[in-house]
Design a protein around this ligand. Sequence first.
Ligand SMILES: NC(=O)c1ccc[n+]([C@@H]2O[C@H](COP(=O)([O-])OP(=O)(O)OC[C@H]3O[C@@H](n4cnc5c(N)ncnc54)[C@H](OP(=O)(O)O)[C@@H]3O)[C@@H](O)[C@H]2O)c1
Length: 265
Amino acid sequence: MSNQKTALITGASNGIGLALAKVFARNGYDIIAVARNEEKLAQASREMSQEGAKVHTFSADLSRYEEVEALHDKVREAGFELDALVINAGQGLGGRFIGGTELAKELQLIRLNVDSYVHLSKLFLPDMINRGGGHVLMTSSVSGTAPIPFEAVYGASKAFVNSFFWAIRNETKGSGLNMTLLMPGATETNFFKNAGQTDTTVGASQPTQPEEVAERAWYALMSGHEYVYGDDAAEHEGDVLNRLQSESQKAQRHRIISEPGSANK
Ligand SMILES: NC(=O)c1ccc[n+]([C@@H]2O[C@H](COP(=O)([O-])OP(=O)(O)OC[C@H]3O[C@@H](n4cnc5c(N)ncnc54)[C@H](OP(=O)(O)O)[C@@H]3O)[C@@H](O)[C@H]2O)c1
């Protein structure tokens, strides 16, 4: 039997997105799961089904403008009406900006972490508002609250998401949208491996499980909280240290854990 509510979740085939999809599924949502790799999506979809959801998978590379458009078209054509939207798919990239990281990878990161967040919001939020509203969760990062040396473009992309989130949350007040910003700290997913950061202190120690992040996010979203961190350490970093220290102090504090090779020192 189908559940009645529908949540579209990007990056739902792994990590925080998959954990979120399972929480939504347990709480009566059918899931539209979006990611690139179809095999991983199929496997993840079985896990969501076991939690009671009817699952529809859409393979899309959200860093590509036309694939975001096509996703929106397909969702509309299939007649789905979203009760919840989780914009979560993002990637990291570690390394020294000058002489280390590749520009092509940085621009690709911006297309996913920045462009697709704007693009998905532009297309799906009006549909939701026209239907009276719904829940919106946007995954940013505690990295959005500080400059992040050796992840310079990643940190800046998340600072963009934070600013963008607060602005459109304010603009859409009274529209029926209930919007929460999720800012995880280091979480055990494929994120750091894919970002080439397993030799950094932050990449080598990820005590928080994605399931914990997802539970906190669900509670915050359903309670109408404006924002939530993925764990207590991220909350302390974001709401205490990063509010007290200057930008250069925050950058210096972070480089100790994000510098390549720092895990081996
Ligand atoms: N893990 C952490 O420590 C951490 C901390 C702070 C914030 N975050 C944020 O949390 C979010 C989720 O990350 P995660 O840790 O769960 O990472 P993950 O385990 O690497 O999962 C990323 C998900 O996004 C999908 N994805 C990646 N590139 C995509 C693309 N171009 N188009 C569509 N889907 C794409 C992946 O599937 P495919 O590869 O098959 O596309 C996968 O489903 C990201 O926004 C990240 O910045 C993570």
